[in-house]
Design a protein around this ligand. Structure first.
Ligand code: PLP
Length: 383
């Protein structure tokens, strides 16, 4: 069963792109844990499945939902965001020159540094909000890939995806966007010129902090896509069937979760800007944010559920604030139903772009009044 071609995102999500159990009429598609599938008597595989490292019915359904949301031709689900993202870099010829942002998911920045140290890639880091800098760093005919993330962890710098796509393509590079933070409900990078979009589905797409998953989605099923398929298959990085089943369930509520999270984040950002212990609030929804105008043009339906605050008094005051909360959970990660608070510089180490007083907030589904009161109390107590 499939939905009408013009079904909107909330409809695609609520109905998992139309999946049911064809065998029984169950309105929820079943978990299919088989690692191997029967051959037909004539030795062929007509049902589309042969071995679990290649594909699984629930994994395929997750891919169909995310591909539909992104307006993509195809998607591949991986065992984590990092498995998906490193597969993209490893699909390039060894020694390729790539450009990545200075402000990005720190785990991937670390992986890139390690990949450069062992000669796998040549990596230059750039400020994505400075197009002249990006243009100067791109080496036409040599640079193989430009990576973007927007709004980017943990300062929520906004990058102009259409402009970056044009620069990358002029130089002959593939343009890849990590769309984990906005999700396809707020930004659809393929429509803005991206060649590939990647996700940590561990975050908003699943939304319940109870599984790891990643995806790569593509605008075309070309040679690059075949290579990504090969890497996932040959190296065994496919998402597990149980995780796919849970992820499909999490996806059904993405639209309502994110609406609530965008609304609460905006409310918190505006209120915290007025708190005397807060030096600055970093949130693209605030007119005071450097990337606000661009974010307002590029993002639809809201500015996301992530913000950061700079606490007066630096690292010590920020850590004391995080220590004093009672509702916010002190934990890493983002995009779940429970709100998380984290002192980023402690996590990211000395080369982090996070100022010492920065606390990153992932806004969950709690009552925003409780979240605000808890933070205000913690800020007052730590002051
Ligand atoms: C978490 C995250 C990743 C890594 O994904 P995992 O699922 O933890 O492997 C990559 N990019 C961003 C923006 C993330 O938040």
């Amino acid at each position: 069963m499939s939905l009408p071609e013009d079904a909107r995102p909330a409809t695609i999500l609520a109905q998992a792109a139309g999946a049911i159990d064809e065998a029984t009429g169950g309105i929820v598609p079943p978990l299919q844990p088989s690692t191997t599938f029967l051959r037909d008597p004539d030795n062929r595989y007509r049902r589309g499945f042969d071995y679990g490292r290649d594909a699984n019915p629930v994994v395929r359904q997750v891919e169909a939902v995310v591909a539909a949301l992104e307006g993509a031709r195809a998607a591949l689900a991986f065992a984590s965001g990092m498995a998906a993202m490193t597969a993209v870099f490893r699909s390039l010829p060894p020694g390729s020159h790539v450009l990545a942002p200075k402000v990005m998911y720190w785990g991937l920045r670390k992986w890139l540094r390690d990949a450069a140290a062992c000669g796998l890639l040549v990596v230059d880091l750039v400020d994505l909000d400075d197009l002249d800098q990006v243009r100067a760093a791109l080496r036409p005919g040599v640079t193989k890939l430009l990576w973007a993330e927007t709004p980017a962890n943990p300062t929520w710098v906004v990058a102009d995806l259409s402009a970056l796509a044009a620069l990358a393509h002029e130089a002959g590079a593939t343009f890849v966007v990590d769309n984990t933070v906005p999700t396809p409900l707020l930004t659809r990078p393929l429509a803005l010129g991206a060649d590939l979009v990647v996700h940590s589905a561990t975050k908003y797409l699943n939304g319940h902090s109870d599984l790891l998953a990643g995806l790569v989605v593509a605008g075309a099923e070309d040679e690059r896509w075949a290579e990504l398929r090969r890497i996932r298959h040959d190296e065994g990085a496919i998402l597990g069937a149980f995780e796919a089943f849970l992820l499909l369930r999490g996806l059904r509520t993405l639209e309502v979760r994110l609406q609530r999270q965008c609304g609460s984040a905006m409310h918190l950002a505006a209120a915290l800007e007025r708190h005397p212990r807060v030096e600055r609030v970093l949130y693209p929804g605030l007119p005071t944010h450097r990337g606000h105008t661009l974010a307002a043009r590029q993002m639809t339906c809201g500015f996301g559920g992530m913000l950061s605050i700079l606490v007066r008094g630096g690292a010590e005051a920020a850590i004391a604030t995080a220590a004093a909360v009672r509702i916010w959970k002190r934990a890493t990660s983002l995009g779940g139903v429970e709100s998380l608070i984290e002192h980023r510089a402690s996590i990211e180490g000395p080369d982090s772009p996070a100022p010492p007083g920065l606390l990153r907030l992932s806004v969950g589904l709690e009552d925003p009044r409780d979240l605000l009161a808890d933070l205000e109390r913690a800020l007052d107590r730590a002051g």
